[in-house]
Ligand binder design. Structure first.
Ligand code: FE
Length: 335
């Protein structure tokens, strides 16, 4: 009798341990080009909700892709998070991402913000738009990206360097919209209107407007948001161009499940959650970006910059036309 009870007890204990073990079996490794400050709160929330343990490595987009390539099938990474569709497309082309079949992701991420072959998905949206000096420009003078090449902006336009993927994607999308010839005319006209050599980042470009070096520029909205948070009386404002035509240029930060993921199912679940109503504000608000999920609203602070019509061009073009964009900018003396 005692032996039977002991056996039963052991059996129950084994079952308990096994089920506990199963419930906490999921462990994920994420390579992230987004900084720890942004991703840690998200991962903590996910671990609390699901028990899935997440380890992460943060670095710049280039080194992370190199690392994935050189690690090959020995990589520990299950998910790659990075910024800009150009970078995501490049990772997919390099063969480090896998196609994911997920109805949830299909419903949460609009088609033009994801890879047509489902290897990467946008998770937050940023607009690359016009910013102007409120002291020297009125919004009535502005209309489109193309018009920044007109004579009225001679010696007044400021741009960030063409080496940055954000501008390579912007020009790639101009090629997608207008064709190479017209896109080159636009870029050449911009270069002709430059008031200073291109700057190394968006913040420096806006600081140059404040310093009077120029009057208008093209920047990502969240950099403007950061400056506005530091100085509520900032003498800059955003302008939404191309509202009667192609719409504002947008890009994404996003993610894809790695080709050699050890835990692909759990990685898909995390990706689905990141695109869900529950997580989208956590993901977007931390960097003053817009949710990609159309059922989720942007943070009040971001919404205060106004509504706009965004470009509906598929962002895969940013990658497919990246090389053509780089050559075009080089030919146009855009440094
Ligand atoms: Fe950025």
């Amino acid at each position: 009798m005692n032996q039977i009870r002991l056996f039963a007890l052991l059996l129950v204990m084994t079952l308990l341990l096994t089920s506990a073990g199963l419930a906490f079996a999921d462990e994920l490794v994420v390579y992230s080009a987004r900084n720890e400050q942004l991703i840690k709160p998200l991962f903590d929330a996910y671990t609390e909700k699901t028990g899935t343990k997440i380890t992460y490595v943060t670095d710049k987009a280039g080194p992370l892709l190199q690392r994935l390539k050189s690690e090959g099938k020995n990589t520990r990474a299950d998910l790659l998070i990075t910024v800009d569709a150009g970078n995501l497309w490049h990772a997919a082309e390099e063969g480090v991402l896998r196609a994911v079949d997920s109805p949830a992701l299909g419903a949460n991420v609009p088609d033009h913000l994801k890879d047509p072959n489902n290897r990467w998905f946008g998770l937050s949206l940023r607009a690359r738009t016009i910013v102007y000096s409120t002291e020297r420009v009125t919004p009535e003078e502005l209309s489109s990206y193309e018009a920044l090449g007109e004579p009225q902006w001679e010696n007044r336009l400021l741009l960030r360097t063409s080496k940055k993927v954000y501008n390579q994607s912007l020009v790639a999308m101009l090629i997608a919209e207008h064709g190479k010839e017209k896109a080159e005319q636009i870029v050449r006209a911009w270069v002709g209107n430059l008031a200073a050599a291109p700057f190394s980042n968006d913040t420096k470009t806006m600081e140059a407007i404040l310093a009077g070096q120029g009057d208008v520029a093209i920047v990502n909205t969240y950099y403007f948001g950061r400056m506005l948070k530091k100085d509520p009386n900032l003498k800059l404002a955003l302008y939404w161009p191309n509202q009667g035509s192609t719409g504002v240029h947008v890009n994404v930060s996003g993610a894809g499940v790695t080709k050699h993921a050890k835990n692909p199912d759990a990685a898909v679940k995390l990706l689905e959650w990141l695109s869900s109503e529950e997580a989208q504000n956590l993901f977007a608000d931390g960097n003053m970006e817009y949710p990609v999920n159309p059922r989720v609203e942007a943070h009040e602070y971001v919404k205060a910059w106004g509504d706009f019509k965004a470009s509906g061009q598929n962002l895969a073009s940013a990658g497919m036309l990246q090389k053509a964009a780089i050559k075009l900018m080089d030919r146009s003396d855009y440094r």
